[in-house]
Design a protein around this ligand. Structure first.
Ligand code: CP
Length: 302
């Protein structure tokens, strides 16, 4: 993994995922280490972010490194017409690692092909969000004690939600059973279902959330991705399709946990936050340790 870009979750093997999770567990015990002293990491966010950018920046700071970059492309020379090609060519002279989020699918792969330094994809359109997946795997293993043969219920926008696409690809290596709960307009894209078919893995599709959550190990809620809709009427029709409420969780397995990559809009009622099943805020904390592991492994420091 040293000096290798992380663009898609499929760039890494199952063994490499586990090695990252084990390194993240070490950082959870001791998060403040001077491994990145004298090193510079660039965070280029062409799309908004709270968790991903700040947890990466927290990870670099905890490791004693420095962060440069932008959180809003409108403050960069993109507004003057600079291309992604030129931006990456330039910034790869300034930093040892580039973490980037961009609205175009495939942009991180493109950047990795022309950058002198490794690229970490922090989300490219509706395509992939591999570092979110690694922190999701960490959270799942921490709460369930294993990643093998779990029942995962993915709920909401399965069409545009890049986190569910990456998570499906990763969990398919651990023999998961999937329940996809979405409106017809936002179903899991065919290519991901074909991938599961090719591995003979079970999945079931439904519009009814109540039908499928009682035997789930993980309920993975997602926001309807307003920014990806070309038709605002379709967004209005689907935005409130699922709202998880406390009473819906009675009868679930005691060990079941609700994850959400966040931000949420209104798909999880706030009353769930104080109940035994909520894990989405702890999930964000896990993101710092996992991103510390990713950065230090790619830079050859672990
Ligand atoms: N989970 C996630 O990607 O959140 P942000 O958009 O706030 O980074």
């Amino acid at each position: 993994m040293k000096n290798k870009s992380l663009v898609s979750i499929t760039d890494y093997t199952k063994g490499e995922y586990l090695s990252i999770l084990d390194t993240a567990a070490e950082f959870e015990k001791n998060s403040y280490q001077d491994l990145l002293k004298g090193k510079v990491v660039a965070t280029l966010f062409f799309e908004p972010s709270t968790r991903t950018r700040l947890s990466f920046e927290s990870a670099v700071n905890r490791l004693g490194g420095r962060v440069i970059g932008f959180s809003d492309a409108n403050t960069s020379s993109v507004t003057k017409g600079e291309t992604l090609y030129d931006t990456i060519k330039v910034v790869s002279n300034f930093a040892e690692l580039i973490i980037m989020r961009h609205p175009l699918e495939g942009s991180a792969r493109y950047a990795s092909e022309l950058s002198k330094v490794p690229i970490v994809n922090a989300g490219d359109g509706a395509n992939q969000h591999p570092t979110q997946t690694l922190l999701d795997l960490y959270s799942i293993r921490k709460t369930q004690g294993t990643l093998d043969n779990l029942k995962i219920c993915m709920v909401g926008d399965l069409k545009y939600g890049r986190t569910v696409h990456s998570l499906l690809m990763a969990l398919s290596q651990f023999g998961a059973n999937f329940y996809f709960i979405s409106p017809d307009e936002l179903k899991m894209p065919k290519e991901y279902k074909m991938h599961l078919d090719s591995l003979n893995l079970h999945y079931q599709e439904s519009k009814d959330i109540n039908e499928n959550i009682l035997d789930a190990d993980i309920i993975y809620m997602t926001r309807v991705q307003k920014e990806r809709f070309s038709d605002p009427i379709e967004y209005e029709r689907t935005k409130n399709a699922y709202v998880l409420k406390g009473e819906m969780l009675s009868g679930c397995k005691n060990t079941m946990r609700v994850l959400h990559p966040l931000p949420r809009v209104n798909e999880i009622d706030q009353e769930v936050d104080s109940g035994p099943f909520a894990y989405y805020f702890e999930q964000t904390e896990n993101g710092v340790y996992v991103r510390q592991a990713i950065i230090s492994i790619i830079l050859g420091l672990k």
